[in-house]
Design a protein around this ligand. Structure first.
Ligand code: SF4
Length: 407
């Protein structure tokens, strides 16, 4: 989860009376602590999350009996399902057996969230939608700001206003959504006050890839911030995309099992409808901001675009979304695509194998994989070379980008 997403999710828990806060941002100590309990074969996100859990344990006043780590889990083809048992094992081996590992999963109806599961999911969804939107606003405004730091400041302020509103326990849940829409309006006005030069020539670069690594600025060495000085605006695939994908996967599986007319299907369709409704309501105040970088109305659009290369019936996970979204972004006029993945992650490996064909079929748009394993890379140099390709493509491209009206 991104740091903004974790802030908002924590605010949702605080509304329910749980003293939640995000784990600290990663730093050198994260890798140092992770190194003591990992072999080097684990995915980078596993090392970063366990390292940050161990940093919490090091904090003054830590009390194992009053601590729980939130680490969702899932089945499926990748190693993510191992993170939660791995965290449990590390805590036990280090003598912190009292620490709870809370691992909600759709497979058991989120039973580990207890009686508050419904409210937690609703509040958490509002938080994810908003934090995705604020990050997107940050990426839109920052390349054009004329006062360095102004867009980051607007992002922080917006997130704080939203989280304070979300966690405010004096307000009944029934009226919370309207207050959050008010917070979104305030955020829009805060961003609009960022001094900006919208005449700057800036390339639009789509950023896809493995969900943790692309969203964790620590894990990806702040790739987007380092890309922007080369004259780029990033369009980063968000977290809600993944939630829509898992919902559609669930519906596809029910159909496959012959449960098209079942209570399970009814529940899945209702959930999807409600989620979309909340999303539309929360994002309405920002709709004018996202002209030219609109997200697809339905995740099926992305899956259909990927189908020729990675059919959803046979490939699972971010690789499908990365390929489909890369094509979607191409059609919206992006000038290049970056795929961020942890080193050895199968998602990046599979999509990298497919990208040459995707690029050849789509005007030769530059697509480049960037892998991260927690060691320093010559990122600036690689980004500079990539941006040369992006500018060349920009001069020749036929898919024009629609730009927002900033008059
Ligand atoms: S997506 Fe890749 S990095 Fe993430 S858990 Fe799965 S295998 Fe590991």
């Amino acid at each position: 989860m991104s740091s903004g997403g974790a802030e908002a999710f924590s605010a949702a828990f605080r509304y329910l009376g749980i003293e939640a806060r995000p784990t600290p941002e990663g730093d050198e100590r994260t890798y140092e602590l992770a190194g003591k309990c990992t072999s080097g074969d684990e995915c980078l996100p596993a090392r970063v999350t366990i390292g940050n859990f161990l940093r919490v344990i090091e904090q003054p006043g830590f009390d194992a009996a009053k601590t729980a780590f939130f680490m969702p889990t899932a089945g499926g083809p990748c190693r993510f399902g191992q993170y939660s048992p791995f965290a449990r094992q590390v805590m036990d081996e280090m003598g912190h057996g009292e620490v709870l590992i809370v691992s909600p999963t759709s497979a058991d109806g989120y039973a580990s969230l207890g009686e508050n599961a419904g409210d937690a999911l609703k509040l958490g969804w509002w938080g994810l939608v908003a934090s995705d939107a604020f990050r997107k606003m940050l990426h839109i405004y920052r390349p054009y700001e004329t006062v360095p730091g102004a867009a980051d400041e607007a992002h922080e302020k917006s997130l704080k206003i939203f989280c304070d509103t979300l966690s405010d326990r004096s307000e009944p849940l029934g009226s919370k959504l309207d207050s959050l829409v008010g917070a979104m309006e305030q955020a829009r006005d805060i961003f609009r006050a960022v001094p900006a030069d919208w005449e700057r020539e800036v390339m639009l670069v789509g950023v896809v890839g493995e969900i943790f690594c692309r969203l964790s600025t620590f894990s990806n060495e702040d790739l987007i911030r380092r890309l922007e000085p080369f004259g780029a605006q990033a369009w980063l695939s968000d977290i809600t995309e993944w939630v829509h994908y898992t919902d559609s996967d669930n519906i596809r599986n029910l159909k496959r099992l012959g449960k098209t007319f079942s209570t399970g299907m009814l529940g899945a369709l209702l959930k999807r409808r409600v989620q979309h409704g909340y999303e539309r309501k929360l994002l309405k105040p920002l709709s004018g901001e996202f002209v030219g970088v609109e997200e697809p109305h339905d995740i099926q659009e992305v899956l259909d675009l990927a189908a020729q290369y990675l059919p959803v019936q046979g490939s699972h996970g971010e690789m499908v979304l990365s390929v489909g979204k890369a094509i979607y972004m191409y059609e919206k006029g992006a000038d290049g695509i970056i795929d961020i993945s942890p080193f050895t992650c199968m998602n990046g490996i599979v999509s990298e194998a497919v990208y040459p064909r995707v690029s050849a079929d789509h005007g030769n748009i530059p697509i480049r994989n960037f892998y991260f394993d927690g060691t320093q890379t010559d990122l600036e140099n690689d980004l500079g070379i990539f941006m040369e390709l992006v500018r060349n493509y920009h001069r020749k491209k036929t898919r024009k980008r629609i730009r927002r009206n900033v008059a």
